[in-house]
Design a protein around this ligand. Structure first.
Ligand SMILES: *[C@@H]1O[C@H](CO)[C@@H](O)[C@H](O)[C@H]1NC(C)=O
Ligand SMILES: *[C@@H]1O[C@H](CO)[C@@H](O)[C@H](O)[C@H]1NC(C)=O
Ligand SMILES: *[C@@H]1O[C@H](CO)[C@@H](O)[C@H](O)[C@H]1NC(C)=O
Ligand SMILES: *[C@@H]1O[C@H](CO)[C@@H](O)[C@H](O)[C@H]1NC(C)=O
Ligand SMILES: *[C@@H]1O[C@H](CO)[C@@H](O)[C@H](O)[C@H]1NC(C)=O
Ligand SMILES: [Zn+2]
Length: 380
């Protein structure tokens, strides 16, 4: 660039309010984090800002969406940022109909109901509360019991500094160690009625977090029952700390990127049970912050294996954990219970139970089918 042109560009940028900001230095992050401050990102093009723990909690109480990037900011500076660019992978189309249909026939809503009952019995699953920690122990134990020490399956806790762990199940690939197919959900929940204490607020999270969580538990149980041994590895992730700014998934996706782990794609299931009463059961494929090719592939799986109607939708900034993968340059897809703006109004309150109007077991069961199909068709 000539100097004149450079000057013109700089003037234009400062005119529209964009400044070339330099990254926050490591020393500042260490010092501020040690004082208990959190680095919070409040919008796509906004520089992250420091907030106290109380300020961060107030954002949650006022239902402001954000990423807490305190623990991952530094690494993220050095790594690629968009799952849209992960185009070297091609996904093909459904090809294991007989095997997949046999597996999904074994899905039991009774198991899903029992697991959701256990999950919603915790007062809340907040990432820093004692019941939140208990809930993560329950997930780990439940998954270990299902795995039953079977060969080729590893179950581990992913430790986080805030107390509530994430849980990871790894099916080893018969023929290769990668790329890995990931199916994910968040196991935490939050109650955000104004004026309550997040540590104690009742948050059953039946739909929000709970439905995706039991989709994964049941899909995993079915895969173990049918003796699933994929060619390439498959993982199930139950994230901690989603409602506190995607903390669990950001930590995990950032660590995978740092370790140069090859990921074929992440399928995130978050809220999968609610359907506006009297309307068709849909899977709303989220089209922003997701990978287009993987999303088209998921649409084919939904059409092949479920009774859901595919629709498209966009979700808000920082809406769920797939964005943590997307931001680390991995392909991610996010099928949601309805068009985003029509989602369950009971979310994040004490009313998010299976009794809430619109909660549908028939609906959420279809997402368990999708999880099973995704595991086979991506990695068999
Ligand atoms: C929460 O309540 C306080 C006072 O009771 C009020 O000032 C604040 O605006 C409320 N916030 C929201 C998001 O409703
Ligand atoms: C989290 O995982 C670590 C390491 O496995 C373990 O020591 C700790 O007890 C776990 N915390 C909870 C709440 O389960
Ligand atoms: C996704 O779309 C929603 C709704 O239009 C918008 O609020 C959000 O910022 C978008 N995110 C991206 C990354 O485009
Ligand atoms: C829960 O639902 C009841 C009945 O619709 C309503 O009166 C109450 O305000 C709701 N509570 C919350 C926290 O949204
Ligand atoms: C759920 O699906 C079954 C068939 O699988 C059907 O018999 C039942 O009526 C459905 N329930 C509701 C509430 O739609
Ligand atoms: Zn959620």
């Amino acid at each position: 660039m000539t100097n004149t042109l450079r000057l013109a560009v700089l003037l234009a940028l400062s005119f529209i309010g964009i400044q070339a900001t330099s990254p926050i230095p490591s020393s500042e992050i260490t010092a501020k984090a040690a004082q208990g401050l959190r680095l919070i990102e409040l919008g796509e093009d906004l520089e992250p800002v420091w907030k106290t723990e109380d300020e961060k909690n107030n954002l949650i109480l006022s239902r402001t969406r954000f990423f807490d990037v305190t623990d991952t900011y530094e690494l993220a500076q050095t790594i690629s940022h968009s799952g849209d660019k992960a185009t070297e992978i091609s996904y093909g189309k459904p090809a294991h109909q007989a095997t997949v249909k046999n597996a999904i026939a074994k899905i039991s809503v009774k198991h899903m109901k029992e697991n959701l009952r256990r999950l919603t019995n915790f007062d809340n699953r907040w990432y820093k509360s004692s019941t939140g920690a208990e809930a993560s122990k329950w997930i780990l134990k439940t998954v270990r019991d299902i795995a039953d020490k079977k060969q080729g399956i590893t179950v581990s806790a992913f430790r986080h500094p805030w107390g509530q762990n994430s849980t990871i199940v790894h099916f080893a690939g018969k023929k290769s160690t990668g790329p890995i197919t990931i199916i994910s959900a968040h196991m935490d929940s939050v109650g955000t009625v104004n004026g309550t204490d997040l540590m104690t607020a009742r948050a059953p999270g039946a739909d929000d977090g709970g439905s995706g969580t039991v989709n994964l538990l049941e899909a995993f149980r079915v895969l173990v029952e049918v003796g699933f041994r994929p060619t390439q590895p498959v993982e199930f992730h139950w994230y901690s700390g989603k409602e506190a700014g995607m903390c669990g998934s950001l930590a995990i996706a950032t660590q995978y990127k740092k370790n140069d782990v090859h990921v074929k794609g992440d399928l995130q299931l978050d809220m999968t049970a609610f359907t506006p009463p009297g309307t068709d059961l849909v899977a709303a494929l989220i089209t922003n912050d997701t990978n287009r090719d993987l999303t088209s592939f998921v649409a084919k799986l939904i059409e092949e294996y479920t009774n859901l109607l595919v629709v498209k939708s966009k979700c808000d900034f920082a809406c769920s954990d797939h964005i943590s993968w997307h931001r680390r340059g991995y392909p991610a897809a996010f099928p949601f219970e309805t068009r985003f703006e029509k989602r369950n109004g009971a979310m994040r309150t004490s009313n998010d139970t299976t009794k809430a109007p619109g909660f549908s077991w028939n609906h959420t069961r279809e997402f368990t089918k999708l999880a099973v199909a995704f595991a086979y068709e991506m990695a068999a």
